[in-house]
Design a protein around this ligand. Structure first.
Ligand code: ZN
Length: 623
């Protein structure tokens, strides 16, 4: 088991800015002082309660209570262990990781399966990319397919590492075996068909993808986690999925179809005011958009969009333009997308092209070329959610019967009911009335009736929003240890006098705060206190890191910290000594009940305790 040098951990924490680490996943905005805030990656929320203090290097969510530092953040968001999280940060920020002598370096055996499957995909993507670039029959064929048939630029293939695999599977199995990936990783990576009881040898690794153009799929952090394979004329007849135009990796430890949006890793860095996400149907549509400079395009994995994809999307930006084919399948997909988008609190527009019977982003931008793409994109019609829903429900409003309009309204109500706020639902009903040319008041009443139907919740709960205890609850349970710990962190000069007046046996080390206070006091006694911004080497568990982060985020309004600390000491002293005093008094009051203790020594001990309890506690205030 490799052990990273504590000095290296400390160095890494100094050099890595927590804001840079977090902003890979969370869009952060200024929140006053050195603080930043954004939507919490650990729970689903609509208003930011996830705070980052980049100076102190700690984060804390006031919604769900998650707190920690750069290392905990990487551990929790990427499911890595401590060592792996540090290695990942080192790699990302160009910091060399040093290991304790004799503990070994980063070894294949110690990587978690997930990390290994990610690494394996990176190797596979490279392997396929080299085959695409190779000047041989397969490479030449795939490049001409890419550039001449599909008319994609060569640079785009380089940028997205487009790959190729020949009809035999391209020797991927051998390449991975040479790289010493574990049996488990090879079984679970989804790139091979393997019989359960087969030993992992080269012949047992039957490639899933053969004779196809390979598009690497990256998760929102940019890690290759799967592939989409496009059928070509090289796809062999004995491919079990011969007829499928596109074949995706199956679900694996690193790939859940419903959680992933193609190109989100890049698009999320491009969105902003006036630059909404553009949801297209397929990966090639998204690639086309990217190649003409529309860099916020994303695509679901396969045909259906899921709620969790939209929740993920919402973390980065709330505006989405839906740019689906105008064919029946595309419109159906758009209608499926709409209620989920409203539920996730997204602001949706539907892109349409006036007078065009067929709207296909790939074709449209292929025709326009990069020069005119922006103009074409700007010139598209943008339909609101309700305009789109009403048109779908009733294409011809003029001349429609009241019954037809009423039926249409009911189907639009089904969509509106997904919106989380009363205000937006009411606005949507008003808009519907205008589109269907119905009296607003009557339609509002109809919607009330619709909402009141049995089985229909009064207000739709936002997608997957779990309930959390109020944030203040955790803080209410402050023990004297926790209180002193907080004072120590905010008024570090209290450390030396506090350590001089606080005997270790007064501290209850049975809980996290006590254990930490005990450890910190010892550091002060030995003149070893590293400073509150360099506590990493003193913290032993995630619970400890979380508590420290929480306490650092408190802004204590304290005029006289020494006085408050003295009060804390008094509480600890009373808690440590008073029970013994009561026991002694009980023993003195009932002579003989406790045969062992002699009254003289009991009396002596009582006056000693009484003396200690009377002793004034004060800490020097001059710091
Ligand atoms: Zn949270």
């Amino acid at each position: 088991m490799p052990v990273i040098k504590p000095t290296c951990v400390r160095d890494l924490k100094l050099r890595v800015n927590l804001a840079d680490v977090v902003s890979r996943m969370v869009t952060l905005r200024k929140a006053g002082g050195a603080r930043l805030k954004g939507l919490c990656p650990f729970h689903n929320e609509k208003t930011p309660s996830f705070h980052v203090d980049a100076d102190k290097g700690f984060y804390k969510c006031f919604g769900c209570g998650k707190a920690g530092d750069a290392i905990t953040f990487v551990r929790e968001t990427e499911q890595l262990n401590f060592t792996e999280a540090i290695e990942a940060l080192g790699k990302r920020f160009g910091i060399v990781i040093e290991y304790e002598e004799g503990s070994g370096g980063p070894s294949t055996a110690d990587r978690t399966l997930r990390q290994e499957v990610f690494d394996l995909h990176e190797v596979a993507a490279d392997h396929f990319f080299q085959a695409f670039k190779a000047h041989d029959a397969t490479g030449d064929f795939m490049r001409s397919l890419w550039m001449e048939q599909r008319k994609f630029p060569a640079e785009l293939a380089d940028e997205f590492k487009i790959g190729a695999v020949d009809a035999d599977g391209g020797g991927l199995g051998g390449a991975l075996l040479r790289r010493k990936f574990s049996e488990e990783a090879l079984r679970r990576c989804g790139l091979f068909f393997i019989y359960d009881d087969a030993a992992i040898t080269l012949p047992a690794l039957r490639p899933r993808f053969r004779g196809r153009l390979m598009i690497p799929i990256r998760d929102h952090q940019g890690r290759v986690c799967a592939f989409t394979a496009r059928q070509t004329t090289l796809t062999p007849d004995d491919d079990p999925a011969r007829e499928a135009k596109y074949v995706n990796s199956p679900e694996t430890p690193v790939f859940t179809k419903g959680n992933l949006l193609f190109n989100l890793d890049r698009a999320r860095t491009q969105v902003g005011e006036g630059k909404p996400f553009v949801m297209v149907e397929g990966q090639l549509d998204a690639l086309r958009c990217w190649s003409v400079g529309l860099k916020t395009a994303i695509a679901p994995q396969g045909t259906s969009i899921t709620e969790s994809q939209l929740v993920l999307l919402r973390r980065y930006h709330t505006q989405v333009e839906c740019f689906f084919d105008s064919d029946a399948a595309g419109q159906k997909a758009a209608l499926r997308f709409l209620p989920m988008a409203l539920k996730a609190g997204l602001e949706v527009r539907f892109l349409t092209l006036a007078g065009a019977s067929k709207l296909d982003p790939d074709l449209l931008f292929l025709e326009s070329g990069p020069e005119r793409a922006h103009e074409v994109y700007r010139g598209l019609n943008r339909e609101t959610a309700m305009a789109f829903a009403c048109r779908a429900a009733l294409p011809e409003v003029a001349g429609a019967s009241p019954e037809a309009k009423s039926r249409a309204a009911q189907s639009v109500f089904e969509i509106i009911a997904n919106a989380e706020s009363e205000v937006s639902r009411s606005e949507f009903v008003n808009e519907t009335a205008a589109h269907l040319r119905l009296p607003v008041a009557a339609l509002q009443r109809d919607f009330q009736g619709f909402s009141a139907r049995p089985g229909r919740p009064a207000a739709a709960r936002p997608a997957g929003e779990p309930t959390f205890p109020p944030p203040a609850q955790a803080a209410a349970s402050h023990t004297p240890e926790q209180h002193l710990l907080m004072l120590l962190l905010h008024f570090e000069a209290l450390g030396p006098p506090l350590s001089a007046s606080l005997p270790h046996d007064w501290i209850d080390t049975g809980h996290v705060a006590g254990a930490l206070l005990n450890r910190f006091i010892a550091e002060f006694e030995q003149n070893n206190w590293p400073g509150r911004d360099h506590l990493e080497t003193l913290l032993e568990s995630d619970a400890e890191r979380a508590l420290i982060a929480t306490l650092l985020f408190e802004t204590p309004a304290i005029d006289d910290p020494a006085k408050v600390a003295a009060e804390g000491l008094r509480q600890l002293r009373a808690r440590a000594l008073e029970p013994e005093l009561r026991k002694i008094e009980l023993a003195l009051a009932t002579p003989g009940a406790d045969g062992d203790s002699d009254p003289i020594s009991l009396l002596k001990r009582r006056s000693e305790i009484q003396r200690q309890l009377r002793q004034p506690i004060s800490l020097p205030a001059n710091f």
